[in-house]
Design a protein around this ligand. Sequence first.
Ligand code: GLU
Length: 432
Amino acid sequence: MRQNSRVSSQHLPKDLALESAEFRVRQAGEWLGLEDGLIETIIAPRRVLEVSIPFRHDDGRRDHLVGWRVHHNTTRGPAKGGIRYHPGVTRDEVVALAIGMSLKTAIMNLPLGGAKGGIAFDPKTLTPRELEKVTRRYVSELIPFLGPDKDVPAPDVGTNAQVMAWVLDQYSASVGHIVPGVVTGKPIELGGSLGRESATGRGAVEAAALAGQQMGLALAGSRIAIQGYGQVGAWAARLAHARGAKIVAVADVGGAIHNAGGLDIAMIDRKMREGAKSVVETGAGEIVGVGSAGAANVFTVECEIVMPCALGDAVDETIASNIKAKLVVEGANGPLTPKADEVLTERGIIVVPDVYANAGGVTCSYLEQCQNFAHLSWDEDEVNEKVISLMQSAFKRLHSFSVEQKLPYRLAASVLGIKTIADSHRMRGLHP
Ligand code: GLU
């Protein structure tokens, strides 16, 4: 009786993000006709750890946060995925994002599994000292879960190279020696890889170029609208601009700016370095929306390519029905609601899904680990070339499978990823 009255988060209604991640895996499993309940084994996360994080604010107040680390699939290699600091983080969202990581590593053919971690809070409300304490306490709760052969975190929304340095230090202190391979996306001085900061944006721009090529749409000369001006969006803007595309609109939480002739990206970057808190404060372009609601106007400007590069569920069906672009490239994880995805498919707009489009980040993380394990450091051009070449090989597999089987990229990507994972489960067998 007591047990039945316990409320576990597993029995609460699932977040939309988790429902859609599970739906996509199940859909791929059905398409493959997986035998013997294998799809249930694949859907279920291997481990979910929920931790309480007590800490003191600088003024002496005691406080608590809640965090998670999820190992979704570890059949093909150590669990791999970022740590997210955001007030909207929930257990279900972390599981959904971990499922996405399992698919990404499988689609990219990286010898890694899928993981994700998160703490539900806004990092901007803490001082650097408080942030360090929260990070260290979170990591100390995770020690048995972590390690280069078990689980390797990386940056995600709200975390960066400095946070990874604290993760590395806390883990290394607990095992008694430095372990650079326990995290990726760390500072270069601690064994980080050149090219890691730009890798997700670089991969997303390459994905846009490759998908565009198939549609007769050259990247050079294309008009692109980018939502999000953080690590992914800003790098996507810089790199697409460098390849001759016109960035006609960009947006962040402060709002959206637009210039039909192309925004001056160097000027936006300069103003942001000088202290502008949002792209709307840079004086570039015309402000076409204010605040996070107004920022959504970026999606519906006249352009060929839209790149949502911020948070999940940013594009709903209403926005989707007003998108004028021919191609949508998901730089963020889960930026389209399932309904928005349906609307775009019905309208014949090509969507390059997150599990491929933003896999440049984890691909570079893998290259960072290769360098750590071999005690090497490659120069930036070498890393960038390897990221691009892995993105190109994966696109070739994805595109030919989607053409052969007449599947949209999203379903083709899920099927390819789940097939790789299912094959490895079958080959390993079931213990005991
Ligand atoms: N957080 C990034 C992602 O969602 C990178 C993960 C990694 O490098 O492990 O893909």
